[in-house]
Design a protein around this ligand. Structure first.
Ligand SMILES: O=P(O)(O)OC[C@H]1O[C@H](O)[C@H](O)[C@@H](O)[C@@H]1O
Length: 558
């Protein structure tokens, strides 16, 4: 993988010139010039996912230039390097192999002279057997009762993926109640423990490192609670019926009191936290949906992996989305990208993408170790539709910022109650249309002239309010229609975004698979935590931090 500064490429310079023309063009003009724009700028994946990217400020010329940029940045070579298991996470000297976890044809992938597939398959088989036992009631609690509740304790990548998937796929859920605890705020665990019975609860401690402060604090509290509520006398034999670890750190798991041989499902250092839902970190998904559905999720992701690996760049969906994102981020200099799932079950999808995208591509040092002189990762945010429409869409329609959006919706609802779904989809379509085409003064004028209600008062209001009713449009969006949200299509959708992130990271010339930015805060929290224990006021840090610490002590001391 070469380290190529994208802003020094020919394609980048040509895109800059092209941008100077395109910035004067309105999406309306693009649709006027090409009446078949939808046909030219939309693609389907396996007849289950339709991506319409026609409502973007792009032409064929734009796309060709962006593809040239990807080629100059050697994207094809980078894709092969990832799938080959090369150590592309160079600073940490690790391979990036979440794709191996869903390599459903078992094609050997070699890391350090060893094929990783046998160990992946072994863990997957163990997970399946374990989940089957829990679901079928063969796995009993220490008082010989069936498990009814699963509590997953983890944070970041060890939380967001499993949580988002189990929420999105609730229609496929079995009888087990599933709870997630992530925040170190005691409220999170307090509220969960209040709702469960220790004799019938299984705690899953999900942490690749098994050292993360939030997770270990919650895990210790869960264990203490379990001991306090049961008559197990801290007996490890009993704990083994109720605590499972998902981790790459067997030593720490053992120290915690979980037997790594019988009660731990392994993952490996080549699985990045934010890409780990396909690994043993996905155990809560498998427990909640059953192993067949988990495998369908893997199959969907695998289908997208094959597409990403084997499709020419100009037909390649993750690449197209990534390049359109770069077009706005690096040429229009947009700051954010919004994700609007028109599906209530997908309510955590934007939060999930926030981590996977922003932790991956929120970097400002290039792969040569030099500061970057162009924009990298966008700010990702979003809410499910239609709630967002009654909240922040005003700014999208009439604010001063361009915000590229992805609208995602299923065509077949899991709950076709009366006309809810048609109304939901009508809103989706209305919003994307209005964002692109807006409403101009002559349309307002025409509307005004054809309305019947023209009392002098209304005339006055209408006349004066006309400028305030203009919607400039020209805000770009992608529309992603999914035939139905199933484990398979969700797997493909997640992989689509994973590969979009990868593609952008390669073109930004950054390392997308480490996250040094989060380390300092963790270390400092540890040291401040110690300072909070002392009774004396402190003057160790800057005046603001000292002032806050000392006030905290003043207000909390008896
Ligand atoms: O799985 P763990 O080792 O507990 O890590 C959990 C999370 O914490 C870290 O701070 C990273 O920022 C995340 O990428 C990671 O997923």
């Amino acid at each position: 993988m070469k380290n190529i500064n994208p802003s020094h490429t020919k394609a980048w310079k040509s895109l800059k010139r092209h941008f100077n023309q395109m910035k004067k063009i309105h999406i309306i003009d693009l649709f006027r010039q090409d009446t078949d724009r939808f046909k030219h700028f939309s693609k389907t994946f396996n007849n289950e996912i339709l991506i319409d990217y026609s409502k973007n400020l792009i032409t064929h010329k734009t796309m060709n230039k962006l593809i040239k940029l990807a080629k100059e940045c050697e994207l094809n070579e980078a894709i092969s390097a990832m799938f080959r298991g090369e150590k592309i996470n160079r600073i940490e000297n690790k391979s990036v192999l979440h794709v191996a976890l869903r390599n459903r044809q078992n094609i050997p992938i070699v890391v350090d002279k060893q094929d990783v597939m046998p160990q992946i398959n072994k863990v997957l088989e163990n997970m399946k057997k374990f989940c089957q036992d829990v679901i079928q009631g063969k796995w009993k609690g220490y008082t010989n009762k069936n498990i009814t509740d699963i509590v997953s304790i983890g944070i970041g990548g060890s939380h967001l993926g499993p949580y988002m998937v189990t929420e999105t796929l609730i229609p496929y859920k079995n009888h087990l109640n599933i709870h997630f605890i992530s925040n170190i705020d005691g409220t999170h665990i307090f509220e969960t423990l209040n709702r469960i019975n220790p004799e019938t609860t299984l705690f899953i401690i999900a942490s690749k490192t098994f050292t993360t402060q939030e997770t270990m604090t919650n895990a210790c509290s869960a264990r203490n609670w379990f001991f306090s509520k049961t008559t197990t006398n801290r007996n490890l034999k009993h704990i083994s019926k109720h605590f499972i670890a998902l981790s790459a750190n067997s030593e720490a798991v053992k120290k915690f009191g979980i037997n790594p041989i019988t009660n731990m499902f392994e993952l490996w250092d080549w699985v990045g936290g934010r890409f780990s839902l396909w690994s043993s970190i996905g155990l809560p998904i498998m427990l909640s949906l059953g192993s067949d559905n988990f495998e369908l999720l893997l199959n969907g992701a695998y289908a997208m992996d094959l597409h990403f690996q084997n499709t020419p760049l100009n037909e390649n969906l993750p690449v197209i989305l990534a390049l359109i994102g770069i077009w706005y981020n690096n040429f229009f200099l947009t700051e954010t990208e919004a994700i609007f799932p028109y599906d209530q079950y997908m309510h955590r999808f934007p939060a999930y993408l926030q981590q996977s995208n922003m932790e991956s591509n929120g970097k400002s040092i290039d792969r040569n170790g030099h500061p970057i002189n162009y924009q990298t990762g966008s700010i990702i945010w979003g809410e499910p539709g239609t709630n967002g429409q009654h909240s922040f869409y005003q700014l999208l329609h009439q604010g001063t910022k361009m915000i590229p959006c992805d609208f995602i919706a299923p065509t077949i609802s899991h709950h076709p109650i009366h006309d809810h779904h048609e109304k939901l989809i009508a809103n989706f379509l209305a919003q994307t249309k209005v964002l692109a085409f807006g409403k101009n003064i002559s349309e307002i004028q025409q509307e005004y002239e054809t309305t019947n209600s023209k009392t002098p008062y209304e005339e006055n209001i209408n006349f004066n309010s006309a400028p305030f009713k203009i919607l400039p449009g020209n805000n770009p969006s992608n529309s992603i229609l999914i035939k139905k949200i199933t484990p398979y299509t969700l797997g493909a959708l997640i992989a689509l975004y994973e590969h979009k992130i990868f593609t952008q990271g390669i073109i930004f010339n950054i390392y997308s698979f480490d996250q040094w930015g989060v380390e300092l805060g963790k270390k400092l929290a540890d040291s401040i935590y110690l300072k909070l224990q002392h009774t004396n006021n402190i003057s160790y840090y800057d005046s603001s931090t000292n002032g806050l610490i000392n006030r905290y002590k003043f207000w909390t001391r008896p």
